[in-house]
Design a protein around this ligand. Structure first.
Ligand SMILES: [Zn+2]
Length: 268
């Protein structure tokens, strides 16, 4: 309800689950799952975090967070899992050639305290209308519907707060869409998820969206391979092995594979 809302913390204090094999496996499954990116992010946040803000982490809690907060938490989780990652590969939007981009996710996650309004009002051509600043729930709805070619119109539909928001979204003119987009953008938490650089192939400026889901999280196959290796060597149960820290587990797997020869070498 316009006027009846309170400002929210963009970057709430959060605590991750213990960094053991169980968490890694749950995160790996979330990343590998079928479904839209927003759905995978929801699962990832529910798996990786113990608490977000004052709440215990869950799919429902992750869905209720603003899109900016979710991206920031994904970056924080990426840092916790792979603090060693300092580059990733992107494709030039001008010439299409791949390039390596140095990346400091750790710095990106160091953000100042920020409050934002979860609801904005806009004077549109059909009257004053209120819109939610997108949360995970809106992202999931939007990704599922995909009815509009124009993402601004699509988001105006799912984020609109009137009773017939879907119909109204079709009535907004170009100027309305610009105003709605700007109002939502201005109120959204600011997250450093874009990198701009000069392409080494064509020399043009190019920008890319940093998506930690693509490179920063454990892979199911790696966790399972190390688990299998330790199980066959020591006879421990999967549960016991998954309670080891990732560091401990990988170290043991490395020692065992070294004893057994190259065919058993673990990846990464
Ligand atoms: Zn290029």
């Amino acid at each position: 309800m316009p006027g009846a809302h309170t400002r929210q913390t963009a970057f709430p204090p959060s605590a991750m689950r213990p960094m053991d094999g169980q968490t890694e496996l749950a995160v790996a499954e979330a990343i590998a799952a079928t479904g839209t990116r927003p759905e995978r992010v929801t699962r990832l946040l529910a798996s990786a975090f113990e608490t977000i803000g004052d709440e215990a982490s869950s799919a429902g809690a992750a869905r209720g967070l603003s899109s900016g907060t979710r991206e920031w938490l994904v970056q924080c989780a990426a840092c916790a899992f792979r603090s060693d990652i300092n580059w990733f590969e992107a494709t030039c939007e001008k010439c299409g050639e791949p390039y390596d981009l140095s990346l400091d996710l750790w710095t990106a996650t160091k953000v100042k305290t920020q409050l934002f309004d979860p609801i904005v009002t806009v004077e549109t051509s059909i009257g004053t209308r209120a819109f939610h600043v997108p949360t995970g729930w809106h992202e999931e709805q939007f990704a599922r519907q995909r009815q509009s070619d124009d993402s601004r119109r699509g988001f105006a539909g799912v984020c609109g707060m009137s009773d017939d928001d879907a119909d109204e979204a079709e009535q907004f003119n170009e100027h309305d869409l610009v105003l709605i987009d700007e109002a939502i953008e201005a109120s959204s938490p600011e997250v450093a998820d874009q990198a701009v650089t000069t392409c080494p192939s064509c020399g043009e400026e190019t920008s890319t969206q940093i998506d930690p889901l693509l490179f920063a999280f454990p892979r199911e196959s790696d966790v399972l391979k190390a688990t299998h290796l330790i199980a066959t060597a020591y006879g421990w149960s999967q549960d016991q092995i998954l309670r080891l820290s990732a560091r401990h587990r990988n170290h043991l797997a490395e020692l065992i594979s070294r004893d057994r020869g190259p065919a058993w070498r673990t990846a990464g």
